[in-house]
Design a protein around this ligand. Structure first.
Ligand SMILES: *[C@@H]1O[C@H](CO)[C@@H](O)[C@H](O)[C@H]1NC(C)=O
Ligand SMILES: [Fe+2]
Length: 434
């Protein structure tokens, strides 16, 4: 914001006035939003001695008891890895597939995906990739509750992203759920590589389950007509395993939580492939086995920030699919896109409804576009908490009926629990029984 000298003097005068009438305490105590931070580019590290050195390692859960290990090498090398439950002792080995893509003048590295398992729940595994001696490790999620799910959208790659990642890393989470907008590469493909390196320390240790945002589309008229080229190649999610025909929408179970990743930038109209898949997926849910249902989208269906109002992915997708989610008694819908935090009460068709899902916007991971600071006034009654700050959320599903949701704000470098609320599962409300 530009302040000219006169306005600056004016505000100094009003500040002095405020002091003199004893209002300053209010000014000092209120939260001061931190300024934007530097964009970062993560280079391949110095110990990368050869062009077959693994980089950008990340893992995702495949089916109930398998893990997909994904990594990139500059040059071709077999997609093989070794793993086991003790450091340095790799009892098992597995092989997978390798792909690559072109985008304008850019040629990607060799993208390897190897599925391993069956794995034991809540267990540490140690692994090494290709011919590299470097040891990585991960922990599988528990098969029963409690489970700790971290949620952060619109990450990007700035110093704020780094602090969000640090807080998530310190939270002892079991799995990350990302409601779209990952790298903010925006056609500059080397930024996808940088993002892969930035998140590797976390994403190689816990499953990262993602869905797409508008920044993943990367379609250029005439020059690159195919959407989602980099995203689909680099972040292959377990869609086949859930009967989906597209990497843009899929579902899985973690502990006893059913998680549905929807595609805000895939066709969502009634009778579209995504709509039919969602209908079938919700019909298959057994609430005895998975008492909780979470849904992730990118563009929020409920939003009282002035940013991203009236977009088709919000309005038309909500019109098409809100009934399906309501009838299935979905518990929570997480969205990104708006770079701020907002939590709604349980809602359906714009009204509070105890059988509808709680909607949460959590597009505040820390990207270079900065925060969406303006809100519609007055605050709608269904909006329970809203704030434009960077941060992340933790959903701790404790048992079949109770979950603790906490939003942590990045206050300078500290994660501060700012919004915290106990949620009860829809399936436990007698009045919402199906
Ligand atoms: C579920 O967790 C909540 C919160 O800790 C607790 O009050 C409740 O008694 C638990 N329910 C069962 C069945 O254990
Ligand atoms: Fe977005």
């Amino acid at each position: 914001m530009l302040i000219d000298g006169r306005a600056g003097r004016l505000s100094l005068i009003s500040l002095l006035l405020a002091v003199s009438i004893g209002l300053l305490s209010d000014v000092v105590c209120s939260y001061v939003r931190p300024p934007p931070r530097e964009i970062i580019f993560v280079k391949q590290s110095g110990d990368a001695d050869s062009d077959t050195t693994p980089q950008q390692v990340h893992i995702s859960q495949v089916g109930q008891d398998k893990m997909r290990i994904s990594w990139i090498t500059e040059s071709p090398t077999p997609a093989k890895l070794e793993y086991g439950t003790s450091p340095g002792a790799y009892r098992f080995s597995a092989t997978g597939t390798t792909s690559s893509y072109r985008y304008l003048m850019y040629n990607s590295g060799e993208i390897h995906d190897v599925d391993i398992g069956p794995l034991n729940p809540n267990t540490h595994y140690y692994y090494r990739l290709g011919d590299s001696a470097k040891q990585y490790n991960f922990k599988t999620p528990p098969s029963r509750l409690p489970v700790k799910l971290a949620v952060a959208g619109d990450l990007g790659q700035t110093e704020w992203t780094r602090s969000t990642l640090q807080h998530i890393g310190d939270s002892n989470y079991d799995m990350l759920l990302l409601p779209g907008d990952l790298s903010y590469a925006d056609d500059v493909q080397s930024l996808w590589d940088s993002f892969g390196r930035l998140v590797e320390p976390l994403a190689s240790q816990r499953p990262w389950m993602v869905t797409q945002g508008n920044h993943e589309v990367e379609k250029i008229p005439l020059f690159h007509r195919k959407p989602f080229t980099a995203y689909n190649a680099r972040w292959r999610m377990p869609f086949e395993e859930s009967g989906s025909d597209s990497n843009l929408y899929y579902s899985f179970d973690v502990a006893t939580v059913h998680v549905i990743m929807l595609g805000s930038y895939a066709d969502f109209a009634p009778h579209s492939a995504q709509y039919k898949w969602l209908e079938g997926d919700l019909n298959k849910v057994d609430r005895e086995k998975t008492p909780w249902i979470l849904v992730l989208i990118h563009a929020p269906w409920y939003n009282s920030n002035t940013a991203h109002q009236g977009e088709i992915q919000s309005i038309a997708m909500k019109a098409a699919m809100e009934d399906l989610l309501y009838r299935a008694r979905v518990d929570l819908v997480f969205a990104g896109h708006v770079h701020a935090y907002e939590r709604f009460t349980r809602v359906y068709k714009d009204k509070a409804d105890s059988c509808g899902p709680v909607h949460v916007t959590i597009g505040d991971g820390g990207n270079r576009e900065g925060l969406a600071t303006r809100y519609i006034d007055p605050k709608p009654e269904i909006s329970m908490f809203r704030e434009a700050s960077f941060g992340h959320g933790i959903l701790e599903v404790v048992n079949a009926t109770h979950a603790l949701w906490t939003w942590h704000r990045n206050d300078d470098n500290e994660p501060v629990a700012t919004d915290s609320v106990w949620l009860t599962s829809s399936s436990s409300f007698p009045a919402c029984k199906l």
